[in-house]
Design a protein around this ligand. Structure first.
Ligand code: I3P
Length: 126
């Protein structure tokens, strides 16, 4: 796995509750509002649901698409400046929206940080 010329397999992470706050949209600052969100990492996007039940229901309905963000061109990095909380990951989309994801457990958020970064980097490679 991972040898020269190997095709990178897209990282997919199953749903988990993370604290999420959208802090800007299209370059415009928003009022921060942390909410516990069921987050799923798809092959090219991050999906946000209220809970696992909502994920299942949305998947059952054709034409029903979840709230989420396209990771192509997105940048994921740790931040200590955008929040007083610990373990805060900032994701900036290509359209200039900024999201914060946070979990008190470092192992949890670190796993998401690595997978999101890898996914975004792979997508940007084309
Ligand atoms: C915000 C709330 C957030 C806090 C934010 C406050 O106040 O306390 O939890 O972010 O700080 O403005 P309000 O509920 O009145 O909107 P953190 O928990 O991430 O520190 P900020 O303005 O420094 O982002």
């Amino acid at each position: 796995i991972g040898g020269a010329g190997a095709v990178e397999t897209p990282v997919v992470l199953n749903g988990e509750y993370l604290n999420k706050a959208k802090i800007s949209e299209g370059g415009k600052k928003l009022r921060k509002n942390w909410t516990s969100t069921w987050v799923v990492l798809d092959t090219d996007k991050l999906l946000f649901y209220k809970d696992s039940k909502q994920e299942a229901l949305t998947n059952l309905k054709p034409g029903c698409s979840p709230d989420g963000m396209d990771l192509c061109g997105a940048v994921a990095e740790w931040t200590t400046e955008k929040s007083s909380r610990k373990n805060v990951l900032q994701i900036t989309t290509s359209s200039g929206s900024e999201f914060l994801l946070q979990a008190d457990n470092y192992h949890t958020i670190s796993k998401w940080h690595d997978a999101i970064k890898r996914t975004a980097d792979n997508l940007s490679k084309g």
